[in-house]
Write a protein that binds this ligand. Structure first.
Ligand code: MN
Length: 250
């Protein structure tokens, strides 16, 4: 069975039953990138996805956890050769996390440089209230011939979309972003050939329960509306973009 939908950013290990969450995504035939927030969590995620056709695990160190987990950067580096997928990583300058911002920048810079030295990685990147600095750091530390960045839940401006596109970035877009009328201009600015979809489950909800990868069709539908096309055409576009991204040999 070939994957028909794409959830490029989901936290399957944060659902009540991790094993069931992986199986469900696999059976639904949704290409799912399950991200981790600490490198300690990666081994179990990797084990559960080692034999799956559609689910892959990414090695992360979440910016919101840097204040307690900075020391795990050594483990992150040790594990990196074992995976192509990195995330969730990035920067968060929101009020709750701003006090660790200098440390976050140090960790993210180190992650980008380590990826640049091990070409071909695909990174799913968090950039809350920090779009400009994230793009500055990607430009400085991860040249586009060294790795590929997917900006998750992008909240920058249309001109930052243009800059990110020039840096080679993709965008993974969720239904909540598309439901916000204030975000319409920026959502529309994202080029069709750089669009991916995500749920960011379980941090987003549908019908009062955590979103699951098989719910990602709502993001496809939202993107179709934003770009004036059909859901089927948009699903095909996203799938084609995924194939292009995965086939890139950097
Ligand atoms: Mn996330």
């Amino acid at each position: 069975m070939t994957a028909s939908l794409v959830d490029f950013h989901c936290h399957l290990d944060l659902y009540p039953d991790h094993v069931e969450a992986v199986q469900r995504a696999e059976e639904a035939g949704v290409f799912t990138l399950t991200v981790t927030t600490t490198p300690l969590a990666w081994a179990r995620n990797h084990e559960l996805t080692a034999e799956t056709r559609h689910v892959r695990a990414a090695l992360g160190l979440h910016p919101q956890l840097v204040s307690e987990r900075e020391h795990e950067l050594a483990l992150w580096k040790e594990l990196l050769p074992r995976t192509r997928y990195v995330g969730e990583v990035g920067l968060d300058a929101g009020p709750r996390f701003y006090k660790s911002f200098d440390r976050q920048k140090r960790v993210f810079g180190e992650i980008l440089r380590t990826c640049a030295a091990a070409p071909g990685k695909i990174l799913t990147v968090h950039s809350v209230r920090a779009t400009k600095i994230v793009l500055d750091m990607v430009e400085q530390h991860l040249p586009r011939d060294r790795g590929r960045v997917v900006l998750h839940w992008f909240t920058g401006t249309p001109s930052e979309v243009k800059r990110a596109t020039q840096l080679g970035c993709y965008f993974s877009v969720n239904a909540e972003m598309l439901a916000n009328p204030k975000r319409e201009a920026v959502n529309r600015a994202m080029p069709l050939d750089r669009l991916l979809t995500e749920t960011d489950g379980p941090f987003t909800k549908v019908d009062g329960r955590p979103t699951r990868p098989e719910d990602v069709g709502a993001a496809v539908l939202g993107l179709a509306r934003t770009h004036g096309t059909t859901a089927d055409q948009m699903a095909a576009t996203v799938l084609r973009n995924l194939k292009t991204l995965l086939a890139e040999r950097i």
